[in-house]
Design a protein. Structure first.
Length: 277
């Protein structure tokens, strides 16, 4: 598991719970320890909520180790899942290094929510073994993994990661590599329209969210979800989709740009469309 941030530690947690031996990698010891601590906290909450036993928690932790050695992470793994920040150049460099270090049959998966899996695969000498595994936050609670088939991804790689996700307790869908895939494209479209409605004074943020929760059965409204994802992340995805797909439908509204410029990024900064204590 490459990247010990929010997504990486969540994926590491469900993988260890599913019986996999997991190496959690990040660039320094502090980040690695932060990721391991996050997994420990997540498993402890699972015990407190009756989702797993104390013995299951201990067994999962015994299958989890941390490392700052990227080459070691790759060479010891049958599947490497990358969850570094959503920056194409960073992902390309990460995949070049993973490709050079990993065994010939190792599958390299990216957790990208919008970037081209086919483009990432071009950075490797194993494009048939590069695939998208798009998890959702919070990973232990969200049931979906969106599997993204790049232009050269082999059927065997698709089936292997699908089976892995199912063992982790997830439902899967398989989509073709296209900007935003299925989930980000639909989710961002809804979120941007909700922002425009707020900007136009159609309703408050809470009432816009309640409209989707109570009227359409969404578990969380689009503005609260944006706060959890991060307004900066949503802005980056919207800009990417706007460039790739053209037109006005994914043009980021002024309210989003302004709030990101003001540092109001959602839950992680304590304020976005809502205040988070």
């Amino acid at each position: 598991m490459v990247g010990a941030g929010t997504m990486g530690r969540g994926i590491a947690q469900v993988a260890a719970r599913a019986g996999y031996e997991v190496l959690l990698h990040d660039i320094d010891e502090a980040r690695v320890e932060g990721g391991l601590s996050g997994v420990r906290d997540g498993l402890a909450k699972g015990v407190a909520r009756g989702k797993l036993s104390e013995r299951e928690r201990e067994e999962a932790l015994a299958r989890l180790r941390g490392t700052t050695d990227l080459d070691r992470s790759a060479v010891q793994s049958d599947l490497v899942i990358e969850a570094v920040p959503e920056e194409l150049d960073l992902k390309l460099e990460t995949f070049r290094r993973l490709d050079a270090a990993a065994s010939d049959g190792t599958i390299l998966a990216t957790n990208t929510s919008s970037l081209s899996v086919s483009r990432i695969a071009e950075a490797t000498k194993r494009p048939g073994l590069v695939v998208g595994m798009h998890f959702f936050n919070p990973v232990p609670a969200m049931p979906l993994v969106e599997i993204v088939r790049g232009s050269t991804t082999s059927p065997g790689a698709i089936e292997a990661v699908r089976a892995t996700a199912v063992r982790m307790g997830k439902e899967t869908i398989v989509v073709r590599d296209s900007p935003g895939f299925a989930t980000s494209r639909l989710g961002v479209a809804l979120g941007l329209e909700a922002m425009r409605m707020l900007e136009e004074g159609v309703a408050s943020a809470a009432d816009i969210d309640r409209a989707m929760e109570l009227g359409y059965g969404h578990p969380m409204g689009p503005l609260r979800l944006t706060d959890l994802v991060g307004l900066d992340v949503r802005l980056a995805i919207a800009e990417h989709l706007s460039r790739e797909l053209g037109g006005e439908r994914f043009r980021p509204p002024d309210i989003l740009r302004r709030m990101v410029a003001e540092g109001k990024l959602g839950k992680k900064t304590g304020e976005g469309f809502y205040r988070w204590d």
